[in-house]
Ligand binder design. Structure first.
Ligand SMILES: Nc1nc2c(ncn2[C@@H]2O[C@H](COP(=O)(O)OP(=O)(O)OP(=O)(O)O)[C@@H](O)[C@H]2O)c(=O)[nH]1
Ligand SMILES: [Mg+2]
Length: 322
């Protein structure tokens, strides 16, 4: 299919921070067309200055509300904010896009704020690939902070949160044990814990539980002396939002001062490269459903070849073009 897109102009537009170019480049990145790859590579080279903040937590924990409040606080300091809301169409949070739009209404006329909702899974690199390309575009376009909102359920979502420089895990008071259990793996990726809806009576209890967990040393990765704080916020009273921003800024400083930022950059790159490579291999295998492929599967089905042997045969036959 012939497409006449002037990608050089598009990249220039993104780098100049032009809204239409940014939106167009995001659509191209999500669709993952081959002819856009060089442009995306150029964007990637130009990105790397923004502080990327991942906000994650179970559905309904108050992430979007907090992103709205945090955005207001960041804008008050003059910095520009990009927002990526990931997978709002997940079965857990159906219909959230409209709610998010209403919540973000005060920011939609502000050109220091750019909001993108990602509902598609993208092509290579899946949801995480599409989300992180979107982050790179905002970064290259000069947004100082990029906030990624993602539900902390499912590997893709957790990967995306982990690919941030600063991970904020949002817990709401009064959620049942079952929900806390889903979160178990997510709690330990937090650089900052937030107890949202602090205007509610049971918020203290949640904050105490988190403090107790941190006291047990369940903080996951080595943070080079960064003390993981528990911050109570309320969108109703405005409590804690400035404190959260101060903590995010302090964490940014900690990452550079301690040199941990280099480690994070490497592990983020590793995740992205591996995920894309996995997708390339999978796409290649499933696209080439030729006779040879079918023969290998038949042999495995008839128990002539073990699955482990068949898999090796498949991979040996693969050729992935540049
Ligand atoms: N009382 C109170 N309610 C809040 C607060 N923040 C959010 N809520 C309510 O909690 C509900 C969920 O808030 P959202 O911000 O949509 O939560 P979310 O985590 O983004 O939800 P999903 O995107 O669906 O996962 C809404 O009804 C909010 O009005 C708060 O500070 N106090
Ligand atoms: Mg939300």
């Amino acid at each position: 299919m012939a497409r006449n897109i002037d990608f050089d102009a598009l990249v220039r537009g993104v780098l100049a921070g032009e809204t239409r170019a940014i939106a167009k480049m995001m659509s191209e990145a999500e669709a993952g067309f081959d002819d856009g790859r060089a442009a995306m590579a150029e964007i990637y080279r130009r990105a790397g200055r923004a502080q990327v903040i991942g906000l994650t937590g179970v559905p309904g924990s108050g992430k979007s509300t907090l992103v709205g409040a945090l955005t207001t606080a960041v804008r008050a300091t003059g910095r520009r904010v990009g927002i990526v809301a990931v997978d709002p169409s997940s079965p857990f949070s159906g219909g959230a896009i409209l709610g998010d739009r209403v919540r973000m209404a005060e920011h939609t006329t502000d050109d220091g704020v750019f909001i993108r909702s990602l509902a598609t899974r993208g092509s290579l690199g899946g949801l995480a690939g599409a989300a992180l390309d979107t982050v790179d575009i905002l970064d290259a376009a000069g947004f100082d902070l990029v906030l990624i909102e993602t539900v902390g359920v499912g590997q893709d979502e957790v990967d995306i949160a982990t690919a941030a420089h600063t991970v904020v895990v949002v817990s709401a008071p009064g959620l049942g044990d079952d929900i806390q259990a889903i979160k178990a793996g997510v709690l330990e990726i937090a650089d900052i814990h937030v107890v949202s809806k602090a205007d509610r009576d049971d918020a203290n209890r949640t904050a105490t539980d988190l403090q107790a967990m941190l006291g047990l040393g369940l903080t996951g990765k080595d943070r080079r002396g960064w003390p993981v704080p528990v911050i109570r916020t309320s969108a109703e009273t405005g409590e804690g939002v400035d404190e959260l921003l101060a903590s995010i800024d302090a964490h940014g400083t900690h990452l550079s001062d301690s040199g941990e930022i280099e480690e994070r950059r490497r592990s983020i790159a590793e995740m992205r490269v591996l995920k894309t490579a996995e997708d390339l291999v999978r796409a290649k295998i499933t696209a080439g459903r030729d006779t040879e492929f079918r023969q290998i599967l038949n042999d495995a089905a008839e128990r002539k070849t073990a699955p482990a042997t068949a898999a090796r045969e498949l991979i040996q036959n693969l050729k992935i073009e540049s």
